[in-house]
Design a protein around this ligand. Structure first.
Ligand SMILES: Nc1ncnc2c1ncn2[C@@H]1O[C@H](COP(=O)(O)OP(=O)(O)O)[C@@H](O)[C@H]1O
Ligand SMILES: [Mg+2]
Length: 281
């Protein structure tokens, strides 16, 4: 019986753990009592447990330093837990080989607060760069990308409403446009999970609205699981299916946004945010 319960795939890997994850229907990301310590400081993540299901938009809400970026970096294996377990798309991130992590990262897109575009390159070249898995430096010059990649990149640019900007230098676009290019770049690798680390923190409210609307639309179209950190409760309520509140590395709230009133959320947010941060000198 014991032997029967374990199967092997063609690469000879043990798939029992992956089958167990698949059985837990729709769970794409699972943190189980994850603690991350950097040296002797208070841990950046403290016994964090959460799950994200396929197609769900989960907003991480918390003050600066509460552990949002650290949490996101565990999802694509840029960091490994000190203790506890992180499972993403069937991969145990803490135990995965570098080859398994590379494979995982191709299935996870990342969007950053500062866009991380290469300013002097064209918009289209920046999007094409997404085809390289985000790990290597961009190739210099569009002809170095296969025609199929260029065509797919143009398609993604159309999707974010910027096809007409394809041959413009990336650094001549507005912040909101640059972030939409970064979303197109992340989408080029056809990710199953999109991580967005404060994607609208540098944008004006109208651009922030456009970028969040875009992320939501894409998530719905592709059943993409999104983990997005924000620090404004209004945005979290407008754009998340679920809000996970972090404070000093601990989960202090995990609630669906549906039915969550603003007052209630603000009360919750004061739990996330209190005490108010000291003004920056
Ligand atoms: N690479 C690192 N080395 C040491 N400390 C870190 C590192 N990354 C994050 N931290 C610490 O972990 C805590 C959480 O940081 P972070 O995840 O960046 O929070 P947030 O994204 O919510 O602002 C902070 O105290 C930060 O200083
Ligand atoms: Mg951060």
């Amino acid at each position: 019986m014991e032997a029967d319960s374990r199967t092997e795939d063609t690469e000879g890997r043990d798939t029992a753990a992956e089958a167990a994850v698949a059985a837990d229907e729709g769970t794409v990301v699972e943190f189980d009592a994850v603690t991350k310590a950097f040296g002797a400081d208070a841990p950046a993540l403290d016994e964090v447990s959460l799950t994200a299901r396929a197609g769900e938009v989960v907003v991480l809400l918390g003050l600066s330093g509460s552990g949002k970026s650290t949490l996101l970096r565990h999802v694509d294996g840029l960091q490994a837990p000190t203790s506890g377990r992180v499972r993403v798309l069937g991969t145990d991130v803490g135990a995965a080989s570098s080859r398994e992590l590379r494979r995982l990262r191709r299935r996870v897109g990342f969007v950053f607060q500062q866009f991380h575009l290469v300013g002097p390159l064209t918009v289209l070249e920046n999007v094409c760069h997404g085809a390289l898995g985000g790990l290597r430096a961009p190739r210099l010059g569009l002809p170095l990308y296969p025609r199929t990649v260029r065509r797919a990149a143009l398609e993604q640019l159309g999707r974010v409403g910027l096809a007409d900007r394809a041959f413009q230098r990336a650094d001549t676009l507005s912040g909101g446009q640059q972030q939409r290019v970064a979303v197109a770049r992340a989408l080029l690798q056809r990710p199953e999970i999109l991580l967005a680390d404060e994607p609208v923190a540098s944008l004006d409210p109208e651009s922030a609205h456009q970028v969040m609307e875009l992320i939501r639309a894409v998530a719905a179209e592709e059943r993409l699981t999104v983990l997005c950190s924000l620090h404004q409760v209004d945005l979290a309520l407008s754009w998340g299916d679920r809000v996970v509140g972090l404070r000093s590395g601990r989960v202090v709230m995990d609630a669906p946004t549906a039915g969550l009133g603003r007052d209630e959320a603000m009360a919750v947010y004061s739990r996330v945010g209190a005490p108010a941060p000291a003004p920056v000198a």
